[in-house]
Design a protein around this ligand. Structure first.
Ligand SMILES: [Zn+2]
Length: 297
């Protein structure tokens, strides 16, 4: 056991380095079935588990790089993921496409994905399908599709234990990420509703605090409110017409400009684009004759 590690019966919570802040996440180990979930927490602890426990398979809650960094420790074991999130494992260019990365940012990210996150194309042994199942050793799990963050994001519910792992619906102060090409704000909200309505005594997440026993209503509300606050700030900003670049510089998501630009500028643009799409879809924002985004009054 390492500091912060918690065992809920056969479900082990393995805390990530730096409190599970990006580029790390928290992992789970399912003792009995021998399944590692999201191997990007702590290299030494994961290696120790690999050497001392019977690890038989790896599951990923979704395709993001901060959940697969130490997958190399389990290269010889079968990998499972939702079918919707499998394409990025075929080729790094597909992964970069899924983030919608272009130009210099794409080059920065290609290097980071391969060097920092140890990406290599990986065949998938099988797909994780929605619904309840009994794992080897008798542990029951219910696989719960929770799209929005990514199209194939999964939560894992262990009903006999009253434990849910929510992956990147992580209740952090930053709020939800929904900036990928296939992310969705409305699906994020639906998935949060689904998770918040679950009966469990322990809710585990992929980042930061990680263990909620269970979350307070305020924890859920604060997290959801981040989405609406971003939208309100954008609408306020668009009382005067602005280009996408102006919007990115306004720093609604990440605050004032920070380095590396390829990280923060990309994230800012990605999330703002999702809000612009949603607001244009609802007719609240339009592109004026100068090609600038403007709030409809
Ligand atoms: Zn993620």
């Amino acid at each position: 056991m390492i500091e912060g590690e918690r065992h809920f019966g056969p479900v082990w919570f393995i805390p990530g380095n730096r409190g599970g802040k990006y580029p790390y996440c928290h992992s789970l180990f399912l003792e009995g079935p021998g399944i590692i979930i999201d191997p990007a927490s702590n290299f030494e602890r994961l290696r120790e588990i690999r050497n001392t426990e019977e690890v038989k398979a790896v599951w990923l809650s979704h395709w993001h790089e901060d959940h697969f960094t130490y997958l190399e420790l389990f290269d010889d074991l079968p990998l499972f993921i939702a079918p919707e999130d499998q394409p990025p494992f075929t080729d790094v260019e597909v992964l970069l496409d899924w983030y919608g990365l272009e130009g210099d940012h794409r080059d920065y990210w290609r290097r980071a994905i391969v060097e920092t996150f140890h990406y290599r194309p990986r065949p998938v042994a099988g797909f994780l399908q929605a619904g309840p199942s009994l794992l080897p050793g008798g542990l029951g799990v219910e696989i719960i599709p929770t799209p929005g963050h990514t199209p194939g994001h999964l939560a894992f519910h262990f009903p006999e234990l009253g434990v849910v792992f929510m992956g990147d619906y992580d209740l952090t102060p930053f709020g939800p990420w929904y900036g990928d090409r296939h992310s969705s704000i409305s699906q994020t909200l639906e998935s949060l509703d689904k998770l918040a309505s679950m009966e469990a005594r322990v809710f585990l997440t992929g980042h930061e605090r990680g263990v909620f026993a269970p979350p307070e209503p305020e924890d859920w509300q604060r997290y959801r409110r981040v989405i609406f606050t971003r939208e309100e700030k954008l609408l306020e900003f668009l009382k005067t017409p602005h280009s996408l670049e102006d919007i990115v510089r306004a720093g609604i998501v990440y605050g004032k400009a920070r380095e590396p630009k390829a990280f923060f500028e990309f994230g800012e643009r990605a999330i703002m684009k999702k809000h612009l799409e949603a607001l244009q879809g609802r007719g609240e924002v339009f592109v004026n004759e100068d090609g600038l985004f403007e709030r409809r009054r």
